[in-house]
Design a protein around this ligand. Structure first.
Ligand SMILES: *[C@@H]1O[C@H](CO)[C@@H](O)[C@H](O)[C@H]1NC(C)=O
Length: 209
């Protein structure tokens, strides 16, 4: 193996910014899951907003969005401290990078458009449920367009910068989102299952009257 293909030559693990970027990537889903589950159990945010759960959800949405911007800033800063690789520094890699960022953003923006702000940012934990499941684009291409779109943007940015460290970070993003999905999906499914039971109960009740 030539020395330039060794991971430790392609990624400078001594740069603190790399660890900080990885930590911020893991922190964000951890943060929103802790806050959202606490909200579900205690409605502490809704109470903070005088019982207005929509305002509380918008506040959480703004917070998560800002944390995402900060995470992106830390990621790009980390990439600037990392070595480039000739294979990733070609025009092809740069164009592929921009294409990935564009496609990733299409997934993220269209998903937010389809779900709305409260549907995107954990409204279900506040008791703001979607009327029905959204099945159109982008949900007919991927079950988690937010997560996969975001992952694509990370990879695209790595290619645009030409940094192998970015590819490594993207693998970390993918793993973190996989864990987040495994944690979130059963919980939201249970919230909607509860609503279905309540709806069925109401219908049954009306029939008896
Ligand atoms: C997804 O749905 C959109 C319309 O919302 C449609 O144009 C598109 O072809 C669908 N894609 C797939 C892969 O089914």
């Amino acid at each position: 193996m030539s020395s330039s293909s060794r991971l430790t030559d392609m990624v400078d693990f001594d740069q603190k910014s790399l660890l900080i970027s990885a930590a911020s990537i893991a922190f964000n889903p951890l943060f929103w899951n802790i806050v959202a589950r606490r909200e579900y159990r205690t409605h502490f945010l809704t109470r903070l907003f005088g019982g207005n759960r929509r305002a509380a959800c918008y506040f959480l949405a703004a917070t998560i969005f800002s944390l995402g911007l900060f995470r992106d800033f830390l990621y790009e800063r980390a990439l600037r401290h990392q070595p480039s690789h000739p294979l990733l520094s070609t025009d092809l890699a740069t164009y592929a990078g921009y294409a990935l960022i564009a496609a990733g953003n299409v997934l993220v923006v269209s998903s937010t458009w389809a779900l709305g702000i409260t549907g995107t940012f954990l409204g279900d934990y506040f008791g703001i449920l979607m009327d029905s499941m959204v099945t159109g684009f982008p949900f007919n291409v991927t079950d988690a367009p937010m997560y996969y779109g975001s992952t694509m943007s990370f990879l695209g940015t790595a290619l645009v910068y030409g940094k192998p460290a970015g590819v490594l970070i993207t693998a970390w993003v993918f793993l973190v989102y996989k864990v987040a999905l495994a944690y979130e999906n059963p919980f939201t499914a249970a919230i909607y299952a509860k609503r279905e039971r309540e709806r069925a109960g109401q219908k049954g009740g009306k029939k008896e009257l």
